[in-house]
Write a protein that binds this ligand. Sequence first.
Ligand SMILES: Cc1cc2nc3c(=O)[nH]c(=O)nc-3n(C[C@H](O)[C@H](O)[C@H](O)COP(=O)(O)OP(=O)(O)OC[C@H]3O[C@@H](n4cnc5c(N)ncnc54)[C@H](O)[C@@H]3O)c2cc1C
Length: 594
Amino acid sequence: MPFKAPVEDMLFVLNNLCDLDQISQMPGYEDAQPDMVEAILGEAAKFSQEVLAPLNKKGDQQGSTFAKGEVATPEGWREAYQQLVEMGWNSPKTGAEHGGMGLPSVVNASIQEMFTSANTSFMLAPLLTQGAIESIAGFASPQLQEVYLPKLVTGEWTGTMNLTEPQAGSDLAAITSKAVPQGDHYLISGQKIFITYGEHDMSENIIHLVLARLPNAPAGVKGISLFIVPKFMVNENGTLGDRNDVECISIEHKLGIHASPTCTMAYGTANGAIGYLVGEPHEGLKYMFTMMNAARLGVGLQGVGIAEHATQHAIDYAMERKQGQTPQGTAPSIMGHPDIRRMLGLMKSRTEAARVLAYRAAAAEDMAHKAMDAEQRAFFQRRLDLLIPVVKGWSTELCVDIASLGVQIHGGMGFIEETGAAQHFRDARITTIYEGTTGIQALDLVGRKIKRDQGAAAMELVHDMRETAQKASQRTDAHVDWSQVEHVAQSAAQAVEDVTRWLVQRNDHSPQAAAANVLELFGIALGAWAMADAAIAASDQLMIDKDNKFVRTKLKTVAFYNAQVYPKAAMLQQVIFDANDEVLNFNSNDFEVA
Ligand SMILES: Cc1cc2nc3c(=O)[nH]c(=O)nc-3n(C[C@H](O)[C@H](O)[C@H](O)COP(=O)(O)OP(=O)(O)OC[C@H]3O[C@@H](n4cnc5c(N)ncnc54)[C@H](O)[C@@H]3O)c2cc1C
């Protein structure tokens, strides 16, 4: 089934719901005028449809393979990577001062979504390279930047992120990899597991960003430092030198993303891998966290992208498969069955709501970096920090459910690999785990993002949600049930406010117990806010162009979301308020099977 990048919806979201016109006025983003953005997305769509999507299934079937320390990517991967790099798609949001396109993060979000939607496994390499670029550009010395940044930006070299060790997954305080100072560098030793694209054959060098401890470093997260460890050393004239003491010793056999090599990396098994300290000693985790906003947004966009692709796949199948009778008579296809349209509605409406939320987080990142006024920059940084765990946690949990509905719509054929529906489901499953599991995102939302500032950032959001509800209440134009839109938008704002106040007041363990439900409630409520704004923008456009099919469908999608998705928020609110220590009173031995 051919993949089609949803450019029309992306442009609708960028232009109407993410203030692209305002962002393109900011210094450095002047090139991102709406007509230029439309042209860029058109080109990106072609690349995603013609180059990346056709390799998706082949990559799943062949997978990456490992032999004698080397990883071979599937057929066509190297050529596609070469094309990506030549067309400048490796790093669209890196500033022009470092050789990138300098696009706003919000435009980059659309490009990343369509690429990752077309081929999730492939796009993990550029995603991690972007993370490496951001840590080096943000925190490394000018000398290190000069050596490593240019080729990461062009994509001649790729980057990796090395956090996880066998005993240190969610709990990075348990990291034991060592870094011993020696002259102008450090000798790194230890083992890292699950390192995405830790070894591959698409670029001439791989730059590993590695967390390790200096001798006598304080215990816990305060004693972790960040190092650049290249696969090949770089000579003074920029050419590649000797192989460093780092190697891939195996790759994992996985449920999904088969083509993305997940590597076990051994550092310093001979003399110690040569590494260079990024920034200050013991500040590594702080640097990684800065870069994690980008990586978590990237994984949130994977959620949106996989959901979009799975939805397109299911729509196509539902149009063709003939089975059974509808209440009106013989169905031309299973699309005639209300239950199929219910499932497709759940897929489409939640994908579109999650897209708005992810792009709004990206727009907040742009404003946090470039707004003229310091107060505005601080406001948008708070907004970004609050949205990130919701985007990462909600979009990825959604994409697993949406891909599962996609399998269901295919019936038995969904369970058979040939149709491709199962691949979306398998590929989706990792997104709720890496870059911090949903449980960890939920704790971040509740603890760091809501309780720590006594709910201030969340209440700023409530204010904006109420503004949207107010706008909806003033609408009178036909073709939209404005009382429903206003009611849902008000109710969503109230739910976020009530839950925020409850969290701030609780001093026991109930916020942690409720955290995952809080995250889902925020996702659904902020999705309703996004949908109310979408209804207002769509209705405005319909008044100018009454035959516009896209906006007519958008209004139906909003109505579906409000009627079939939003009501879960009330149930979640009840569950949250009941999540006290007595309800979660299990001991480990209560789970023992007699
Ligand atoms: C395909 C793949 C690619 C990956 N790529 C990379 C990579 O490129 N670089 C890298 O460094 N790592 C990578 N990882 C590792 C990934 O980030 C970790 O798997 C993830 O952070 C979870 O850690 P863990 O597997 O040790 O699970 P654990 O931390 O053992 O978690 C197990 C369960 O316990 C829960 N849990 C843990 N701690 C808490 C807590 N404090 N409160 C509540 N619940 C908790 C978790 O939510 C989870 O449900 C990758 C993993 C995979 C599978």
